[in-house]
Ligand binder design. Structure first.
Ligand code: AHG
Ligand code: MN
Ligand code: MN
Length: 340
């Protein structure tokens, strides 16, 4: 039976509709969003066939984070770099996989936006065929002169004009916000289009799931440990114990938290003196997820301050992250305030 498709909204139509609502739109922003959708489809294709064309496994290198680089990390990195360096929309980029600022090659036009991205999030899960993703964050250029500088990238998360992620899971989804709500699109592989499947994502004010790497429990501060003890107490009246869910890919753990509610935590841990502020990176993990969460009615902190109000000082700086339903994230903050 032929399904009528007049009410199907493709991401392209959604981007155009949003552009029409913005009188001073120049089309640069729309162009940026199109390219994000395009790059995501290319990465999706590589992810779906990774096990078949010998691109699983590591390259034998380590990145600026000191982590083993997976072949798919590099493929995703190059796909995004090549999708954005020539379209005249960006003045510079930064990526988890590249130590320094990524300048736009001189032969290409410069634009008024910056792009920070985690080309492949959850790399340790690739070989196990567990959900992985890509995370994007866009700011407007704020410095004078045509070239992008680090200051253009080192902006507080509240200044983001777009934040989004793509999750390569049982289906491929793209979720993004431009400050007017959170929209979810599901890839229809037979036509290669992202179709609007979640028109206005809102996070529950309270959930019943907590998500963190319990293997680090003994390395957390007293406040964090006391909060986790509270979540796992036997107290039906207060909805305890919560369920524990942890995938180990931020995009997957975050997406479930966004849809189901509850809290995802990656606290600072005293296990690794090289990572006193926790593992997750501010510019291309915590900050974009924090914008999406706040747009969906939730909250994201570093345990004390709202993530979106923290001034980043370096491209790959890390931050503790408590993100999800407003009530749980606030509760975690009270335990940290009282016990440290
Ligand atoms: P990436 O693969 O981009 O380095 O990110 C991995 C991150 C994040 O996806 C996840 O939440 C976290 O690492 C899991 O860390 P642990 O394995 O230490 O729990
Ligand atoms: Mn990551
Ligand atoms: Mn990554």
């Amino acid at each position: 039976m032929h399904v009528r498709t007049s009410n199907v909204v493709t991401i392209e139509r959604h981007i155009l509709d949003q552009e029409r609502q913005n009188p001073e739109a120049t089309g640069q922003f729309s162009r940026l969003l199109y390219q994000i959708a395009y790059a995501s489809k290319v990465i999706n294709r590589e992810v779906r066939r990774a096990g078949l064309i010998d691109i699983l496994g590591g390259t034998g290198d380590t990145n600026v984070q000191g982590e083993a680089v997976q072949k798919l990390d590099i493929i995703a990195q190059e796909t995004i770099n090549d999708a954005f360096d020539h379209i005249g929309v960006l003045c510079c980029m930064t990526s988890e996989e590249v130590d320094d600022i990524i300048s736009i090659p001189p032969q290409f036009d410069l634009g008024k936006y910056t792009l920070a991205f985690d080309p492949l999030d959850g790399s340790s899960n690739i070989a196990a065929n567990v959900n992985i993703g890509t995370i994007f964050s866009v700011h407007r250029k704020i410095t004078t002169g045509r070239e992008g500088k680090e200051e253009d990238l080192l902006q507080k998360g509240r200044g983001q004009v777009m934040a989004g992620y793509v999750m390569y899971g049982s289906s491929t989804m793209m979720v993004y916000t431009t400050g007017k709500g959170v929209y979810g699109f599901t890839l229809e592989p037979s036509i290669g289009e992202f179709l609007l499947s979640h028109p206005d994502i809102r996070i529950p004010q309270r959930g019943s799931i907590f998500s963190c790497n319990m293997g680090n429990y003994r390395f957390w501060s007293e406040g964090v440990r006391k909060y986790v003890d509270d979540l796992t107490a036997v107290d039906a009246e207060r909805g305890r114990p919560y369920s524990s869910r942890y995938i180990g890919s931020l995009v997957a753990d975050f997406h479930r938290t966004l849809l189901y509610g509850g809290i995802f935590m990656y606290p600072m841990d005293y296990k690794d003196p090289k990572k006193p502020k926790g593992k997750l990176r501010m510019l291309y993990e915590a900050s974009p997820m924090a914008m999406i969460t706040e747009q969906a009615g939730g909250l994201a902190t570093n345990g004390r301050d709202n993530i979106l109000d923290v001034q980043p000082k370096s491209l790959h700086e890390r931050t503790p992250l408590f993100i999800g339903s407003r009530e749980e994230v606030a509760e975690a903050g009270r335990y940290i305030e009282q016990y440290g």
